[in-house]
Design a protein around this ligand. Structure first.
Ligand code: ADP
Ligand code: MG
Length: 702
């Protein structure tokens, strides 16, 4: 059944084919429904009249005033020619000014007639004036039919729209026309039981009040209802997808917790944090379920994701399965390999590393052992997903730093076994809960929300770029105590050449401050060959050099516990989450660690707040939350395509409670009626069928 609101927009009275073209091109308004859902971005109060003497000093809003014109004059010549009306309401006087249509207005306007005027007053020579106000005689306002305008809505328009006579005021007239003519056809999208339980205003009333609010209270109720609609239906679809996935996708059942797991666990050099233990339990529930696991593991830098993943891999092995761990860069894959070998020291587990630089002869042996099952854990880069890499029985795939990998790369991992292996995605980009619920709504999520107790929080300080005389002695003193130092230069996206130049200039500078033979410097950047890069990193990791100068290639993962100072040049050029990631490179050893943020003298307001947030907090989730509030969700690192985050009326940064509430309600509805076939959910079913979310396309995991 096609709704009447699918009617093309040109059939609305007052639109026609020419304007329809513009509405389609400029605002994506194709149908009556599109217009119905084109919500105003603000409103001006027309429910009462302002007295001229009460106009605030610097009015920011449109105001409505009732009064009489006492005097009309045309002044100025040529381009400054204007019609000026002196307007009085008994409390004071002001001017109304017209630059265009003067002959018409001169005839139209009458002195001593009472008018209602609407517009934004400006203060000029101690007198308020409104340029090109909306004006209508009071008599015309007498008994009206249809919708009363208590608040004037304002709609987004473009220059092209305005030139075609489609300014905000005309859009509001079209919406008025639409609601007057078709308002009766608006159907309810939610069943009565839900509307009552959640105290939601009816759909029809909500759409009416979002365009033409009859009062402030009704506007708030309408906004709430429409936000609810938007988020509830999205969550419903996400959860439905997840449900279908978990009921259909068979996975390997791994019921045993066996000797390998215990052997490793018992000889860990530290006690797992409570959060690590909880996450392992959550994952274990998935592994014994017989359904395929798709889980996101979030944990701040240094929270110990690797050992958590390793213990899960050992669980898989105790049940006779192989595992793999895929990292986004060679350096990271190598670090994982070395770290994991250390944890497994003395145990009967065969682990191998496969990257682009693995030698052909070695690779051949390795692939053979992988196929016959001799090799149990394979660690590597995306070399892992190449077709020649065949597993004997891959039961678990762990992916580190997920946002570096595309969806199709994940899919390739999936096809390495049938049924597909369990998938654990690890990310150090802390995503606020609301965002995770939405962006990763189809995955199960585990969070390691604490760092090991033995960590000393990193001390973060902000310095102007010119403060070298203070900083250099401090760095020399740290090196004197046997420590090492990271120095990071910003990546300038537009120009790799500039980027490199920055680093080279920096290198020259540092050589002066830290001369040979007392000091040794390494440097790495994105354009270096991997062999050279590895050599430089190796020199730093082994302590041959004391300073590592780098572009932000060291952002993720690498673990050099002896490095305890992170210097970030032009810190204002980095995003907050990136700064936090970089800071996570230090604070891993026992010494007190420092993060020095250097910026130019003239910092913008936003940059200042970001740097301040870094100085004030060591908690990645707090920082991510702050970032979301400051910049909006579109800019969050580690999120999927941004279309995922564009909402009509929901604000991911502000509507956190509502999002959680909608998700919970959607889960309840699906629990009672998984495929929405019950009569009580008929409205939901119809609405979903007619309006599938475009966001779901972004979420294809298989
Ligand atoms: P990330 O979550 O950033 O990947 P890692 O897994 O690299 O963190 O862990 C950082 C360091 O902390 C490693 O050296 C690891 O061995 C150590 N570690 C992990 N868990 C604990 C713990 N519970 N107590 C102490 N140290 C731990
Ligand atoms: Mg890591």
């Amino acid at each position: 059944m096609l709704s009447i609101f699918q009617t093309p927009i040109e059939y609305l009275k007052g639109v026609g084919s020419k304007k329809a073209e513009i509405l389609k091109k400029e605002a994506n308004l194709f149908t009556l429904q599109d217009l119905l859902l084109y919500f105003p971005y603000k409103y001006a109060d027309k429910s009462h009249f302002f007295r001229i003497c009460d106009i605030p000093g610097n009015p920011q809003a449109h105001l409505q005033i009732k009064g009489k014109i006492t005097h009309l004059t045309v002044t100025g010549a040529n381009r400054s020619k204007r019609l000026v009306a002196l307007f009085q309401d008994g409390s004071g006087s002001m001017e109304l000014v017209w630059f265009h249509g003067i002959p018409y207005m001169e005839k139209y306007l009458q002195t001593n007639q009472e008018y209602i005027v609407f517009g934004k007053p400006q203060l000029f020579n101690n007198l308020y004036s409104i340029i090109h106000p909306e004006i209508s005689p009071v008599t015309e306002n007498a008994p009206k039919q249809g919708i009363q305008i208590a608040f004037q809505p304002f709609y987004n328009t473009t220059d092209k729209m305005k030139r075609a006579g489609l300014d905000s005021r005309s859009i509001s007239k079209l919406c008025l026309q639409l609601l007057n003519e078709y308002g009766g056809h608006i159907t309810e999208t939610l069943p009565a039981y839900l509307r009552e339980a959640c105290r939601l205003m009816p759909e029809r009333q909500a759409l009416l009040n979002i365009h033409f609010p009859q009062s402030n209270a009704l506007l708030r109720a309408a906004q709430y209802r429409l936000k609810f609609d938007e988020m509830f239906f999205l969550q419903l679809e996400l959860l439905q997808k997840k449900l279908i996935h978990t009921t259909r996708a068979q996975g390997f059942a791994m019921p045993k917790v066996g000797t390998l797991f215990h052997a490793c666990y018992d000889k860990l050099p530290f006690e797992l944090t409570a959060a690590q233990k909880r996450v392992i339990k959550e994952i274990r529930q998935d592994l014994i379920s017989g359904k395929q696991m798709n889980r996101l593991l979030q944990g701040d830098v240094g929270s110990g994701k690797t050992i958590t993943a390793l213990l899960v891999m050992l669980m898989a092995m105790d049940n006779g399965f192989q595992s793999c761990l895929m990292a986004p860069t060679e350096i990271l894959a190598e670090q994982h390999y070395e770290g994991i070998c250390k944890f497994l020291d003395g145990m009967e587990v065969k682990v191998a590393l496969l990257t682009g630089s693995t030698k052909a002869s070695q690779r051949k042996i390795l692939l053979e052992q992988l196929k016959n099952g001799e090799l149990q854990i394979l660690i590597g880069t995306h070399a892992l997903i190449e077709e020649q890499v065949l597993f004997h029985s891959l039961g678990l795939a762990v992916i580190d730093e997920q946002h570096r990998f595309g969806v199709d790369q994940r899919a390739k991992l999936w096809r390495k076994n049938n049924p597909p292996p369990h998938v654990l995605i690890m990310t150090a980009t802390p995503i606020p809960r609301t965002l995770a619920m939405t962006v990763y709504g189809d995955l199960n999520i585990s969070v390691i929300d604490e760092v090991p107790k033995n960590r000393k929080p990193v001390i973060t300080r902000h310095f102007p770029q010119t403060a070298w005389s203070q900083i250099v002695p401090f760095l020399q003193q740290q090196i004197g105590e046997g420590r090492q130092i990271f120095v990071v230069f910003p990546l300038i996206q537009e120009s790799e050449a500039l980027d490199l130049q920055n680093l080279i200039d920096g290198y020259e500078q540092f050589r002066l401050y830290f001369p040979e033979p007392r000091y040794h410097l390494s440097y790495v950047h994105g354009q270096m060959g991997s062999e050279e890069k590895n050599r430089e990193m190796e020199n730093f990791a082994s302590g041959k050099t004391q300073l590592l100068l780098a572009t932000s290639v060291i952002e993720v993962g690498i673990d050099i516990p002896n490095a305890n100072v992170m210097v970030i040049e032009n810190a204002e050029r980095f995003g907050l989450s990136q700064l936090h990631q970089l800071r996570g490179r230090v604070g891993r050893g026992s010494a007190q660690s420092y993060c020095l943020l250097l910026t130019g003298d003239k910092l913008g307001y936003e940059s200042r707040r970001r740097i301040q947030a870094m100085v004030n907090s060591n908690n990645g989730f707090e920082i991510a939350d702050f970032d979301l509030k400051l910049r909006g969700p579109g800019d969050m690192a580690g999120t999927r395509q941004s279309g995922m985050l564009e909402f009509r009326i929901v604000d991911l940064a502000k509507d956190e409670k509502l999002i959680a509430y909608c998700r919970q309600l959607a889960a309840q509805v699906l629990e009672r009626d998984p495929i929405l076939q019950k009569e009580e959910n008929a409205e939901i079913r119809y609405h979903l069928q007619a309006n599938p979310s475009s966001k779901i396309d972004y979420l294809q995991i298989s």
